[in-house]
Write a protein that binds this ligand. Structure first.
Ligand code: AMP
Length: 206
């Protein structure tokens, strides 16, 4: 079966990983979710040489190199146990967007269904990141004010070009990420479910 791919993008602190994991948790038999940040951090925890390389980038809030992130997401999609795959945290650069687009052109087994942008202001993103750091038992190496602004800049710099690219393909869906978790998840879940399962209604206008 063809894999149906949803990409979820959003600033650090937008809540994209939490939203997507709740939705996948509610539809475990049909939807799987991967966060690029979590997959990379797992590689770091494994203590591998690759993990050590990745750690250097994450700790500075920088993007890991293209070949590493491409291998990470493509193998996640191909090995996914379900047909519907949610990936959050990708693309984070114009280069990544074009690299995936090239793959999708050739790869008939993967269909990009939609790119969901969870939109929050920089103020809300910062408050959430700093709140997360204050509450966490183990603080993420990149959850500090200094690194936050670098991560935010890395997120916003290519954003307009990414939005324009997916708007032209009629794939971009923007969700207001400043509401309660419950409302955001409900809207995102309904959107995904409708895209996957909504029966096509043919309307005869004559
Ligand atoms: P996140 O958990 O989504 O905030 O990501 C944490 C860190 O993982 C980022 O600051 C980057 O260093 C790295 N990372 C996550 N996604 C990507 C990506 N698509 N491309 C390159 N690096 C990434």
């Amino acid at each position: 079966m063809k894999k149906k791919l949803f990409l979820i993008i959003g600033a650090p602190g937008s809540g994209k990983t939490t939203d997507a994991s709740i939705i996948a948790g509610r539809h475990m038999e049909s939807i799987v979710h991967y966060s690029t940040g979590d997959m990379l951090r797992e590689e770091v925890s494994s203590g591998s040489e690759l993990g050590k390389t990745i750690d250097g980038f994450i700790a500075q809030g920088e993007l890991v190199p293209l070949d590493i992130i491409m291998d990470t997401i493509i193998s996640a999609i191909k090995n996914a146990p379900t047909d519907v795959v949610l990936i959050d945290g990708y693309p984070r650069s114009v280069e990544q967007m074009h690299a995936l687009d090239k793959i999708l052109d050739k790869e008939e087994e993967i269909e990009l269904v939609s790119v969901i942008e969870v939109r929050v202001s920089e103020y809300v993103a910062k408050e959430r990141i700093l709140g997360r750091a204050a509450e966490a038992e183990v603080v993420r190496s990149d959850d500090s004010v200094e690194i936050f602004f670098d991560r935010m800049k890395i997120y916003t710099t290519p954003l307009e070009e990414i939005q324009t690219f997916y708007i032209k393909k009629d794939l971009l869906e923007v969700i207001d990420g400043e509401r309660t978790l419950d409302l955001i998840v409900k809207e995102m879940e309904m959107f995904i479910v409708n895209k996957i399962w909504k029966p096509k209604i043919w309307c005869n206008v004559y």
